[in-house]
Design a protein around this ligand. Sequence first.
Ligand code: PLP
Length: 389
Amino acid sequence: MKNEKFNFDELVDRHNTHSVKWDKCENDDVIPMWVADMDFKSAPCIIDALKERLEHGVFGYASVPEKFYSSIINWFERRHNWKIDSNLIDYTTGVVPAIDAVLRAITKPGENVVMLTPIYNCFFTCIDSNNCNAFEVPLTYNDDYSYSIDFEALNKALSDDNTHTLLFCNPHNPAGRVWTRDEMLKVNDLCLKHGVTVISDEIHCEMVMPGHDYTPFASISQDAQNNCITCGSPSKSFNIAGLQAAFIVSNNPDIKTKVNKALIDNQVCSINPFGLEAFMAAYNHGESWILQFNDYICGNFQLMRDMMNKELPAFHITPMEGSYLVWIDITPTGMTSAQVTQKILDDGKVLVNDGAMYGKAGDGFIRINIATQRSVVEEATRRIINAMK
Ligand SMILES: Cc1ncc(COP(=O)(O)O)c(C=O)c1O
């Protein structure tokens, strides 16, 4: 419906729904703000599509129709000016399985896979399960608590004889950056210079705060397009991660053949019929929902940041350009991030992530998921402030 206003303030009780995020809490009074999923209902267009599928009543194996591919192509062309050839898209069950399959396709055991850290923890497990070495290039941490790329260090890592792959995260979890076209052009130049292929995880791409623009890595130039494999899904931005559907765009046909083989070797056969419907509904009809979602998350961030800046100056908050994950430097407290995480849980009854899980550069930070109702963000922030005072 045009001009529909979505109610992100509506509280949804997720207890007893087998939710990973909520089940981890030992007590009902703990507010979980760790794993990256949202406490909002999905967009009505998604719920309607699922209801219709459910009403059919038969849930056998599903095949992937042409309109699955066109939903991706139309969305990225319309919203992000990236033209994708449908012959170059594969589907899979998630972005982590996608990355795992791509690494399987293009790396050999013992090779380095370079990452800009701190970075999403499952990148380490995928690299590990493919018997490669996680080569961490720490991002530069600036005086205003933002992050930028240390191009000199990146150049050095990419020039290593044992490096053939960069695992990139755009926008970046957890450093909060939505990379600019200029930054990515520089990354791409270095990768081309050293013959390094880019895998770009773009699962956070729709969640961008006002004033920032997401640019697909593969769209920045023809060279980048040829040298990059994109892994994505509407799952994170539309809160349908449990339905498990994702895509891979391999712009180079030889790589596409290898990726396809890796997916088959990993026994990815058919798509979840509910995942399929939710995926297409999100990309075909979800635009106004995600735009309103981004405004709401921006308000949540401002609320948490302002309360903490006022009452908890020992927490240094990184500017959040995208996603809904707040990244906070807690080193001025004189405690470790493990200690702070535990104190916030014990004394504040809020469950957050210890930044140390995102690589060495994440030690001394915590990550807080604010994709929840404003009243919950306010209550959790109050509890964190009281616990840490
Ligand atoms: C950067 C990034 N990639 C992938 C995932 C998970 O993807 P999936 O659930 O589709 O495997 C996450 C989840 O938080 C993430 O932050």
